[in-house]
Unconditional design. Structure first.
Length: 203
């Protein structure tokens, strides 16, 4: 199975036909898709003016979309390396029991669904790398009462019966599943109260 970097080379290879280059970009999203596969594809298509069903898109736009994805992947892999080193030090010091952050990281390791968007059409509009930088800043800071990406304070609760790991607090503005460890207890309590009313726009 091809890895992210070999697929990226296929996207850039001018000797491949455009349908294959587009297909390779889609396959890249199986290795790294911060919003989830469908939402990340929708984001890249919107930002780089690629028709979601266009089988022969402008190659310059395909490469621009790949550049954005690669930059975001670099940001996330650097954070994962830092996180892994911290856990190594903690285990060496005898702190082996995983905490809430560790549980969240376990589910998002590798970068798929880091900022999960249940509705593929509702996601942040900033470059992916910027979104991840904002999320990482929030992971390093004290818990807050707002979305780590867009600073919206209106957060509801999404119950995903089929995929319980994607249940939890959802920003009603940008649509991301907010990592619970970055929210204050009061914000989490408020989100649970809004599980039936706040998510009409993103459900």
């Amino acid at each position: 199975m091809a890895g992210f970097r070999s697929l990226a080379r296929e996207v850039r290879d001018p000797h491949h036909d455009l349908a294959l280059r587009r297909y390779s970009l889609r396959k890249c999203l199986e290795r790294f898709a911060p919003y989830g596969h469908r939402a990340t594809w929708d984001h890249l298509c919107a930002r780089h003016h690629i028709g979601p069903e266009d089988r022969a898109p402008d190659p310059a736009r395909l490469v621009a979309a790949l550049d954005e994805l690669e930059e975001a992947r670099t940001v996330w892999l650097a954070y994962e390396a830092e996180f892994a080193e911290r856990r190594k030090r903690e285990k060496h010091a005898g702190l082996r029991r995983p905490g809430p952050f560790d549980d969240w990281h376990r589910r998002t390791w590798g970068g798929c669904g880091v900022v999960w968007c249940a509705d593929p059409a509702v996601h942040p509009s900033w470059p992916l790398a910027e979104v991840l930088r904002r999320l990482i800043s929030a992971l390093r800071a004290d818990p807050a009462a707002c979305c780590p990406v867009c600073a919206e304070r209106s957060i509801g609760w999404r119950a995903e019966a089929a995929h319980e790991e994607w249940s939890g607090p959802v920003c009603t503005r940008c649509g991301i599943l907010v990592p619970q460890p970055v929210l204050t207890p009061a914000a989490l309590t408020g989100a649970r109260k809004e599980r039936h009313t706040a998510l009409a726009s993103v459900a």
